[in-house]
Design a protein around this ligand. Structure first.
Ligand SMILES: [Zn+2]
Length: 264
């Protein structure tokens, strides 16, 4: 990543007046170092944030151990329009899982769902399941009863790569679900609970403020003021005062300037 990329890639189609990454969060630590995080919009429609959100989600999915992949379809003639089909299918997914839990009351039944809008605009729901084996005929019968659509597909998961391929192609396409509906969701315990982390001993006291400058501008200013600047691959910046024992050997900004990769 170059700093120039960082700022020029930040545009997004949201309705905020702020361009993604044009402001920063600045943390001043008691040992004189300063941390700068770009203030990003975290929207799936943002060319800068979407790939990062996708990477994080796929990393979270990595530990969830789904056993099967389920695709639920829709019968267009049963709905007024594609968007109402999305909302009806979403409610029907909840009902379907209630029925599954009623039949297998002691089994773990958890799912992760991502929506696909087909070329003609109608919804398909793709689900990763951690559940007992549910016969295709049972699912087809109940899905038809709930939505009028008998076509479903269920298959076993053989490799983790299969899961990633199945899910990831729907995550950064144009918004698949209608406005007001999340592009993916999961049942309550599909992801393991995240426990709050205790503060590591010896953590430095940090004062956080917000700056109306981009991380790129601030990094250049710190470099000019004699700080050694380190840019990590995620786009955050650490600025070390002269003589700080943690300062890296090379200043990222100076290296980028000398290689012509930055115009600050
Ligand atoms: Zn963004």
């Amino acid at each position: 990543m170059t700093l120039r990329n960082r700022t020029s890639k930040g545009s997004y189609s949201g309705d905020s007046i702020l361009e993604c990454g044009s402001w920063s969060v600045v943390g001043r630590q008691e040992d004189g170092t300063t941390i700068v995080h770009p203030l990003s919009c975290k929207r799936w429609s943002c060319r800068s944030c979407a790939p990062r959100r996708k990477r994080k989600l796929l990393a979270r999915l990595d530990g969830t151990k789904p056993v099967s992949l389920l695709t639920l379809t829709c019968r267009p003639s049963a709905h007024l329009d594609p968007d109402s089909a999305f909302f009806t299918m979403s409610a029907s997914v909840n009902k379907l899982f209630k029925r599954i839990r009623r039949v297998w009351p002691h089994a773990e039944v958890e799912y992760f769902l991502v929506w696909e809008r087909t070329a003609k605009g109608w919804p398909h729901a793709h689900l990763l399941l951690r559940a007992p084996y549910v016969p295709q005929t049972w699912l087809s019968r109940h899905w038809a009863d709930l939505t009028g659509a008998p076509i479903i597909d269920i298959r076993q998961v053989h490799t983790a790569g299969q899961v990633v391929a199945y899910i990831s192609k729907y995550l950064t396409k144009d918004p698949q679900a209608p406005a007001g509906m999340k592009r993916f969701r999961s049942s309550l315990r599909f992801f393991p609970a995240v426990l709050p982390q205790a503060d590591p001993a010896g953590k430095l006291f940090t004062t956080w403020t917000m700056s109306r400058k981009s991380a790129c501008e601030l990094a250049a200013e710190f470099s000019d003021a004699g700080y050694t600047v380190h840019i990590d691959p995620a786009g955050s910046i650490q600025c070390f005062p002269r003589g700080h024992p943690g300062a890296p050997m090379y200043d990222s900004i100076a290296l980028m300037r000398s290689s012509g990769r930055i115009v600050a």
